[in-house]
Ligand binder design. Structure first.
Ligand SMILES: Nc1ncnc2c1ncn2[C@@H]1O[C@H](COP(=O)(O)OP(=O)(O)OP(=O)(O)O)[C@@H](O)[C@H]1O
Ligand SMILES: [Mg+2]
Length: 367
């Protein structure tokens, strides 16, 4: 178990800044997911934690100890890569034990740890096989097991599920979650897949261009995205974001959101200080309603079996709507939608930052 602390980490490659000032702290048994689009600096950051790459600036602490200058083997962290290179000529058993045999671990101890890991990962019946006789998911488990037998302080994983098909991915996620519970060890897991983050993480750091956009629990990140970038990255389909103007109503200082095809009164008063906003609504929070405030036309309806996803044109914007089947929308027909005030997210258009408002009794928007 280890708590990992990143303190002002920067990494430049010539003129490219791959990681720009990242600071965060994990608790001892966190499952930290580093989430972000391709090129945002995830692998670079993980390699620095592992000791495979030196930061240009900043410090890395493991359990309060500064390891920034230590080589990988002295950090006691195990890394599982995307292309888990197993030794092709060795059996599963010898692959699993390899890291220990080169460390001259005693025979009995090696046996005990390999058996334990094989049982945990359900590899017992495959110990005599070679990697080419395994499925992708089984190989992936062997790679994980090889890291586990070392009983490291933390696991560092770079997109370990990316080679697996959807069903295996979801099965392996479940396995990783229960593994994390049983081992009570820090996991740092890199992915661009928001479902990985939602299902496995205790903490998520959403990265964009080498910076942290938001750091929090999966629920915080889903329910209260700090920026429009985070909102547009989480969820499938992601949150709808449409440009709107924030103004006041005709009678008093009640706030009203306006956009083509939309006039939405908000239960808030006062001056938000910002007029140009992005209105964010999750696809599952748009409810078809004849007298709804958002009016437009249905473009397509996709049937997912249990659910349907519709694409609609509202003014100049395109919105996704998700609901249980039948969703009650017809391609080509006019449609109207309503949204509950608590499901409305607002972001300043310029900065992308979330506008948060104070709860009752006197609601007012603050930026
Ligand atoms: N050795 C290097 N030399 C120069 N630039 C690099 C090097 N390694 C990474 N970069 C650049 O740093 C940025 C971050 O790269 P990184 O590999 O960390 O991204 P990533 O988030 O892991 O992306 P992906 O999801 O595609 O794996 C990219 O712009 C990349 O081109
Ligand atoms: Mg990468």
């Amino acid at each position: 178990m280890a708590a990992i602390e990143l303190d002002g980490i920067v990494r430049r490659f010539g003129d490219t800044t791959a990681v720009a000032e990242i600071s965060l702290t994990t608790a001892r048994n966190d499952f930290l997911v580093l989430l972000g689009p391709s090129g945002c600096g995830k692998t670079t950051l993980l390699r620095m934690i592992a000791g495979l790459l030196e930061p240009t600036e900043g410090r890395i602490l493991v359990d309060g100890r500064d390891v920034t200058a230590l080589p990988p083997r002295e950090r006691d962290l195990a890394m599982v890569f995307q292309n888990y290179a197993l030794y092709p000529h060795l059996t599963v058993e010898r692959n699993l034990g390899f890291g220990l045999s080169v460390r001259r671990t005693g025979k009995d101890e090696l046996r005990r740890r390999v058996d334990e890991v094989a049982e945990l990962l359900d590899l017992g019946h495959l110990l005599g096989r070679r990697p080419k006789e395994l499925s992708g998911g089984q190989r992936q488990r062997v790679a994980l097991g090889r890291a586990m037998v070392r009983e490291p302080q933390a696991f560092l994983m770079d997109e370990p599920l990316s080679n697996l098909d959807a069903k295996l991915r979801s099965g392996t996620r479940t396995r990783l979650i229960s593994l994390h519970r049983r081992l009570d060890t820090t996991f740092v897991y890199v992915t661009h897949d928001q479902i990985d983050a939602m299902t496995m993480a205790t903490k998520v750091a959403v990265l964009n261009q080498g910076r942290i956009e938001q750091f929090g629990s999966p629920v915080e990140i889903y329910d209260e995205p700090a920026t429009a970038f985070v909102a547009g990255f989480m969820g499938a389909p992601p949150m709808n974001l449409l440009p709107a103007e924030l103004g006041t109503g005709p009678d008093d200082d009640q706030l009203v959101l306006r956009a083509p095809g939309l006039e939405l009164p908000l239960p808030h008063r006062g001056d938000p200080g910002v007029r140009e906003v992005l209105l964010g609504i999750r696809p599952e929070h748009l409810v078809p309603a004849a007298a709804g405030e958002l009016r437009g036309r249905v473009d397509i309806v996709e049937n997912l079996g249990n659910e349907e996803i519709a694409e609609c044109e509202i003014g100049e914007a395109r919105l996704s709507i998700r609901g249980a089947r039948p969703i009650g929308l017809t391609a080509g027909a006019a449609a109207a939608f309503t949204v509950r005030p608590e499901h409305v997210h607002l972001f300043a258009r310029q900065s992308g930052r979330r506008l948060a408002w104070e709860p009752d009794p006197v609601p007012a928007l603050v930026s």
